[in-house]
Design a protein around this ligand. Structure first.
Ligand SMILES: Cc1ncc(COP(=O)(O)O)c(C=O)c1O
Length: 492
């Protein structure tokens, strides 16, 4: 039997609703009168419950309107440090992360239970499964021959048209002919890189960067030049300019200007413009990866690099994997001035994507349902991000740093005292808790004392407990003695 005072029980009930996302940030709590009626409690019990939640930072009172769920007041935590910009960058190197990443993937996949904070995708319940299923059924009805009719190589016209139309919201002005449908953004990046580079070439990338990009570079025999990237403002345009002046032979730049993976950074518009102009001036193709662009908290869509491209020097790559349908593996690209070559490479490497999914997704993109879905997804991600950030602030040792991004589903946490993330990873995995150690995101070992936590799933008590456990492991590893050899107990 619960012996806590009635107002505490009532507060606990609504705290859980907020923590699990049933009452999202910005929503109004039922009025005091409703609370009294629904839970059969007195006015003072209902009011006390609201004040308890207000005191804990879950609610804010708005005059004459009631109590609203608020962005939680976070414990103080310093922001992640800005990267140093050296006078000379490390020379470009052949990437060597493949075995490290493969081992990480197979070990995390082998762990089937527990809590998974490693995946950069939202939980299935955040995607419009029922609406997409209906769209597929409608597509089979309207296009009876869809399974047996060939599709044009660069994608079904309905989807290319829908994607082109949606691109206008982000400041771009393509026609359907500019669009190529791909197998996720991964294929788009592969094609983009093969379009403008040859094996042995150097490609400038953000540091840290998405580990999948490092894998692609490695499989294509390309060298990565890691350019310092800020957790707040993304790729350092100054450092890239320095690289152009001091390192000959950079054949392409790859950048994720909106909610970079793993940092979550968004480049300021002035920097985006300068980056486009800089690459244009040096005659270096700029490959934009806009996988997360639609997931910023701000309802106003983030502008893309492509929106400032006047000469076709930007190759734009994006995905519907994170925003709409993880199970459908749909991505897309615009090849800019290399469109013909990109189309040819798509044909040569994998032929077209299947048509049924493209027709169904096109219909959904053309509907208001897509806008509603994006708004709901953004709100859920924001709430989950805030909750996990709050848990990190509460449970990680002093000296931990974190900048909470203004969108997306990732948190990049800087561990205190250069604690090695792979050791924390090993100990957490032994307790069935998964996350990405920083070692995956730089070939040059620059992010070994960071970890990336996914905020894609609702924050249940199990998730909170997992963050608490990771924080405890960080503290324990930090306190472990370092051996005189300089490696020591801390090193794994
Ligand atoms: C920045 C970035 N680009 C590309 C991808 C891969 O996209 P897709 O799953 O559509 O192939 C990811 C996936 O995590 C990513 O984070």
């Amino acid at each position: 039997m619960n012996t806590a005072p009635l107002y505490r029980q009532l507060a606990g009930h609504y705290r859980q609703a907020i923590q699990q996302g049933a009452l999202p940030i910005g929503d109004r709590l039922p009025s005091v009168r409703n609370l009294m009626r629904t839970h059969q409690v007195s006015l003072s019990t209902a009011l006390q419950a609201c004040r308890e939640l207000e005191g804990e930072g879950w609610l804010e009172a708005r005059p004459r309107s009631g109590y609203f769920v608020r962005t939680p007041r976070r414990h103080e935590m310093p922001p992640a440090r800005e990267p140093a910009i050296p006078a000379r960058l490390d020379p470009a190197a052949y990437v060597g992360v493949h075995s490290r990443i493969s081992e990480f993937v197979s070990r995390t996949n082998a762990c089937v239970g527990g809590v998974n904070l490693a995946v950069a995708v939202a939980a299935p319940e955040h995607y419009p499964e029922a609406a997409l299923r209906q769209a597929v059924v409608r597509a089979t009805r309207l296009h009876g021959d869809v399974l047996c009719t060939p599709v044009p190589t660069h994608g079904h016209i309905a989807l290319r048209t829908a994607l082109a139309r949606r691109a206008y919201d982000q400041g771009m002005t393509p026609s359907a002919d500019d669009v190529i449908v791909t197998h996720g953004c991964t294929e788009a990046l592969n094609i983009a890189l093969r379009t403008v580079t040859s094996p042995g070439d150097t490609v400038a990338v953000e540091s840290p960067t998405y580990h999948g990009l490092l894998q692609v570079l490695e499989t294509l025999g390309l060298r990565a030049l890691e350019v310092p990237t800020s957790p707040q403002s993304g790729l350092s345009v100054e450092a890239l300019e320095l690289a152009f002046l001091t390192q000959p032979g950079i054949r392409a730049v790859v950048a994720v200007p909106n909610m970079q993976n793993p940092l979550g950074s968004i480049m300021p518009e002035a920097d985006k413009q300068r980056l486009v102009a800089l690459c244009e001036r040096h005659g270096v193709p700029l490959i934009e990866d806009d996988t997360y662009g639609l997931l910023a908290d701000d309802e106003r869509p983030q502008r893309t690099l492509k929106s400032w491209d006047k000469t076709g020097n930007v190759i734009y790559c994006a995905s519907l994997h994170k925003t709409l349908a993880p199970g459908m593996r749909l991505g897309w690209m615009m090849g800019g001035r290399w469109q013909n070559r990109a189309q040819m490479l798509k044909y040569a490497s994998s032929r077209p994507n299947e048509a049924l999914g493209q027709i169904a997704v096109a219909a959904f993109l053309d509907s208001r349902g897509y806008d509603r879905h994006l708004a709901t997804l953004r709100r859920a991600l924001r709430q989950q991000r805030e909750r996990i950030a709050e848990a990190v602030a509460r449970h990680f040792p002093q000296g931990t740093r974190l900048s909470v991004p203004a969108g997306g589903m990732l948190l990049w946490v800087e561990l205190p005292d250069a604690i090695p993330s792979h050791q924390v990873f090993e100990q957490a995995l032994a307790q069935e808790i998964r996350f990405c150690p920083g070692t995956l995101f730089s070939n040059a070992g620059r992010s070994d004392h960071f970890i990336r936590l996914s905020c894609g799933a609702p924050v249940t008590p199990d998730v909170e407990a997992a963050v608490r456990t990771i924080g405890k492991i960080v503290g324990d590893v930090g306190r472990a003695p370092i051996s005189p050899a300089g490696g020591g107990a801390r090193r794994g």
